[in-house]
Design a protein around this ligand. Sequence first.
Ligand code: HEC
Length: 258
Amino acid sequence: MTPLVFAQTPDATEAEFDKFRAEMEDFNPAELFETKGEALWRSQRGPKNVALAESCDLGQGVGVVKGAYAAMPRYFADADAVMDAERRIVWCMVEKQGFKFEDIAAHPFQSLNENNAPDITNLVTHVAANSRGMAIAVPLRDPQVRRAYELGREIAMYRAGSYEFACNTCHGVDGKRIRLQNLHNFNTDGGAIKAVQGWPGYRMTGGVMLTHQWRLNDCFRQLRFPEPKYASELITDLLTYIIGNANGRIYNGPGIKR
Ligand code: HEC
């Protein structure tokens, strides 16, 4: 399909990709990871032998996953921090189940040719799947969340690294593409939902399941920026900005990527 794509106008190409993606989503391998994540969510695990289903509050009440992903990042008083879904689940694994942060952070993302995704990825996928079809509702009126959003906007504009690029160099204009990949302007709601709904996402190249946090980290790497610490505040700020811009749009993930 690739050579054909060059001959088409960008709009036709995008429509073609959308069609392809829609077809693939009918048998999305992400479901495998959702199922594993659900089992993990319900099992008693960790040094404290506690289930996340009976201890972890994602903002909708202890154990409730329905709608939680679409309403994060949000502020959590118990942690006194704004957290995106992945950061919050990691927090619960550490605080409620007794896992060590360093152990989770040592291998947070699935690598190419690795058969299984890390537990955290499966958990994020399960939680995300329970917001499918729901409207994104990041609580931007909350002053703490608002602050994270404003910081995220500043980070997206900040130029650094050996190329003097900012996130917005690539993601701040409409209709930009790199190597046949459409870059969505995540400063607009229509662009932002496209940068949100495919995550977590199954990547056909490599056969791996990856989270939104991974995607951001990978862009930092491409930018030759120092890579942020896993589950850091900086990533939450950027996610608050990007996901917050998609407020009101319907979340259709977990997704599938080429
Ligand atoms: C040099 C260009 C470039 C820069 C600068 C860049 N990215 Fe990206 N970004 C990409 C490419 C290429 C993709 C992959 C698009 C795809 O897979 O269709 C991508 C994908 C993404 C996605 C997922 C979009 C989607 O459609 O699923 C997000 C979110 C994202 N980048 C965030 C960021 C953030 C945050 C920064 C700044 C830290 C940043 N990017 C900087 C090139 C860039």
